[in-house]
Design a protein around this ligand. Sequence first.
Ligand code: KG4
Ligand code: ZN
Length: 348
Amino acid sequence: MRVLGIETSCDDTGVAIYDYNRGLLANYKYSQGILHSKYGGIVPELAAREHVNRIISLILSALRKVNSNHKNSINGIAYTAGPGLIGSLLVGATVARALAYAWKIPAIGVHHMEAHLLAPMIENINITKIIKFPFISLLVSGGHTQLVLVKSMGEYKILGESLDDAVGEVFDKIAVLLGLKYPGGELLSKIAQTGSERYKFPRPMVNKPGFNFSFSGLKTAVARVIMSSSNDQQTRADIAYSFQSAVIETLIIKCRRAISQNRVKQLVVSGGVSANTVLRSNFEKMMHSIKGRLFIPKLEFCVDNGAMIAYTGLMRLQSELYTNNNSNNGNLSIIVKPRWSLESLSKI
Ligand code: KG4
Ligand code: ZN
């Protein structure tokens, strides 16, 4: 089976083709970072319009890469149905449904966070045989911070989540205050490389039981230090380093707790922030110290991409589990879900 995946939940247009036997065959992406950077954040209407401008040429590139005349080589189309920005989601959903109708193949709406969660498996479909259920998943993106107990494929229990800003969002906001361009998570981590922990920022909610997060207090604490400090390069590097340490340590404390309370030894960390190299190595050390195993996507599959949508769509189309309202090719209704809980997937 071969699936065309389309990702348009936010500001990246991603298109990929995934084959069950041969793996990832094509993976193309257009990032709108430059378009939004002058506004310091994503402008939803501009994002949707830019998806319209880019999506067809990306699909054509992907089809060309696999020498496909699509009609007989693509067996299904997966698109991000939510959560995300409604205008952006509608672009991908409309194109996917129209193509599926024309090619007489099924189209399926994929949950963006489930796709992030499964991203470590893109490179090696056999990981599904290595990962033992249940396991814990930490999802850290620009829109979500969630700790999830994965009971089986498609069966998720949210143990905790951020009560306010998502981790990626805080990285981006602090980056703006440090004078970096949006989206600044990666740039912030770069300047942190020459910093040290000169400031001891709070590790929010680590002394409270449970698994929820809250990052707005930390954001305010860091913002205060930025406002009252000199703007020299070393100070900015030290602030970036200290902020990054506070976030990563907080995430590690909560993950360790989830791992020990649920008596599991396997952890998946994914979503855009899992591209952070310090986060990756600190989680690796932590899992090594408890003789557990960490699964983390390759860098290009941490941030939004079409490959994770194609892979998740393939898994869902192949499984009887996923006869949800989206997989019927005769159904032309375009349904997107800007808000969509991972837990509700188990109930389909
Ligand atoms: O998963 P993603 O591509 O989009 C959403 O679904 O939100 O995540 C994007 C987020 C942005 O906030 C971005 O700044 C952050 O991931 N990010 C990073 C790094 N690379 C991307 N944050 C910290 N360190 C990085 N290296
Ligand atoms: Zn994402």
